[in-house]
Structure formats: C-alpha cells, structure tokens
Design a protein around this ligand. Structure first.
Ligand SMILES: NC(=O)c1ccc[n+]([C@@H]2O[C@H](COP(=O)([O-])OP(=O)(O)OC[C@H]3O[C@@H](n4cnc5c(N)ncnc54)[C@H](OP(=O)(O)O)[C@@H]3O)[C@@H](O)[C@H]2O)c1
Length: 292
C-alpha cells in the first residue's frame, strides 16, 4: 500500500521547515514552497490538491508580516483567509484532514487571564482579522480539521525575536524591548514536534478530535522578558524596557495574548513545557532542520 501523502505548505517558513522532517515518518511528505503552491492563487491551490490528493494537508504557509499587512490587506486576506478556505473545501471534497495554525492576535488583548478557545475574538489588526477569517472559512467548510492557535513563534531561521536579538547583540551595547505586551514565546521546532505527536495518533483518531485548540507553552513573558532570557548571563547587551507607546508600529498589537491550553491537553494527553525551557532547548540545538 502507498503511504499517505501529507502536503505541507509554507516549507521555507519557521514552522514549515521543522514540520517536514518530523512528519516524514507518517507518510510521503510533499513539501510545498511558494513556487510549487502559491497560496494567493486559488486556481493553483485547487490544481495542486486535485493532482496530489493528500490524505492530510498541513498548512504552515501564511502571510505573517504583521505590520506590512496594514498596507497589503488584500494579499494578507488572500493567503490567510481565502487560501485556508479553499484548502478546507478541497479537503472536504476529497476526505483529507487539514491541520492549520492560527494566532493569539485574533483576540483584543484586553483580558488579564488566559484566553480559552471560545472567548470572543476581536482582532486589533489586519493580520489578526485575516487569520480569524481563515479559521471561520475552515469551520464553515465542514472539513475534518485541527486548528491550532499559537503565539510569538521563533526559530533558527526566518525573521524572529531570537535571531534579531542575537544579531543586534553583536552590534550594540543596549537594546530597547517592549515590556507592556504579554504573551508566550514558542520555538518552531517545539510546535512542529507537538504537531508530529498528534499526527502520530493516526488519521482516524485525529479526525475524531477535529476542532479548535490553543497550543501554547506554559508561563508568560513580555518581549522584554523574552529578550533578557535570550541574552541570558551575557554582560551585554543591556536590555532596556520600553512601552508600546515608545515603539509605535503600523499594526496595533494586543497587550495580552496568553492562551489557555486545557482543551488541547485533555484531548491530546500532553502539555508543552514552560517557554523558558523550550527556549533553552532551541538555543542548545545548533542544527538547522534538513532542507525542505
Ligand atoms: N510567527 C509568529 O510569531 C506566529 C505567531 C502566531 C501564529 N503564527 C502562525 O503560525 C504559522 C506558521 O508561521 P511561521 O512563523 O512559520 O511563519 P513564516 O516563518 O513567516 O512562514 C510562513 C511561510 O508562508 C509562506 N508564504 C507566504 N505567502 C505565501 C504564498 N502566497 N504562497 C505560498 N507560501 C506563502 C512563506 O513563504 P516565503 O518563505 O517564500 O516568504 C513562508 O515560508 C502561521 O499560520 C502563522 O500565522 C505565527
């Protein structure tokens, strides 16, 4: 019997590049970058899915430039809202299971306690609103899907806080970091490993668990806390706390985005570690994932 085809999108991204090797024990992984599958092109999505007929679609592709999305809303919505809807409709049509990622930025950030999955969404920026519409398109399709909301993703490639701080640390004595936005940082490899673990339960078990889940490490941090943890005991750079008002950006960010994880933990039977130990694991792992 042929192994099931697992189509992974966004494989040049932080999460996608980690998913490819970790999902390969479970099927024939087809690693789609934007040259193979342009998520902004509906016809291309349909054509690729009908040609490959995957048993599972893992959509790690997304428009993630949060500030740029304010001036490119159409493209952000094409990739983050329309594309997941088409993946879902095609998955529904062929019987494929969809795994998709979303964000804490669907929330307004006004809470001070972790958000459960069913807390009212009220995105504060175009990116968050486009991701919320993607979730809704998936739910409306009726496809069997696991939608995993997470937050503050970093890794050993791409654009992220870890790599930025490491680069600037070599150039500067002091770095300013926002101290009044609270969230949870996530290593992309830890998120990919959690995805592989749930995929390991097998398609029928996953299909039975279709739904929306918060996938998050425990603990919480400000960007300032995160930057300090990255620098660790090094004498420089000094991390200087600043407010969001002192660092204006085109997109408004929620002040608080911690996600409650009890639904994920009781359904899948495991929890992610504290964000600090996940960061330590990431920093200790020198290896890049094998090329997608
Ligand atoms: N990054 C975060 O802090 C964060 C936080 C919460 C949730 N998430 C969610 O987690 C998931 C993974 O994010 P990530 O951090 O891995 O993002 P990422 O590093 O920005 O990767 C996204 C990937 O999507 C690809 N992509 C963008 N537009 C595309 C298009 N039109 N056609 C095909 N591919 C396209 C990009 O391709 P190129 O490499 O060619 O540009 C990139 O490889 C996403 O659903 C994201 O919304 C991320």
């Amino acid at each position: 019997m042929q192994p099931p085809v697992i189509l992974v999108t966004g494989v040049q991204g932080q999460l996608g590049c980690e998913l490819v090797p970790l999902l390969s024990p479970f099927g024939r992984v087809v690693a789609a970058d934007r040259t193979m599958l342009d998520l902004a092109d509906p016809d291309a999505i349909v054509a690729v899915l009908r040609r490959l007929t995957p048993a599972m679609i893992v959509n790690a592709g997304a428009y993630t430039a949060v500030d740029r999305a304010e001036s490119e809303p159409d493209l952000a919505r094409a990739v983050n809202s329309r594309a997941p809807g088409i993946l879902a409709e095609e998955g529904k049509r062929s019987g494929a299971l969809l795994i998709h990622y979303s964000t804490d930025y669907v929330f307004d950030g006004k809470r001070t306690m972790p958000y459960p999955e069913d807390a009212p969404a009220a995105p504060q920026n175009v990116y968050g609103s486009s991701k919320l519409d993607g979730e809704r398109a998936i739910a409306a399709s009726g496809v069997r899907a696991i939608v995993l909301r997470t937050s503050w993703v970093y890794g050993l490639r791409g654009k992220n806080c870890l790599l930025t701080i490491r680069k600037l640390a070599a150039e500067r004595d002091a770095l300013a970091s926002v101290a009044d936005q609270i969230g949870v940082p996530h290593g992309s490899r830890a998120l990919a490993a959690a995805t592989a673990r749930i995929v390991g339960a097998g398609l029928p078990a996953l299909a039975e668990r279709s739904g929306l889940y918060h996938l998050s490490c425990s603990g919480q941090a400000s960007w300032y806390d995160f930057a300090r943890a990255i620098v660790g005991d090094a004498p420089r750079p000094r991390i200087v706390p600043i407010t969001s008002a002192e660092y204006p950006t085109p997109a408004r960010r929620p002040a608080y985005g911690v996600l409650a994880t009890s639904r994920f933990e009781s359904t899948f039977g495991f929890a992610l570690p504290d964000w600090r130990s996940s960061l330590a694991d990431c920093i200790a792992s020198p290896a890049e994932p094998s090329p997608a």
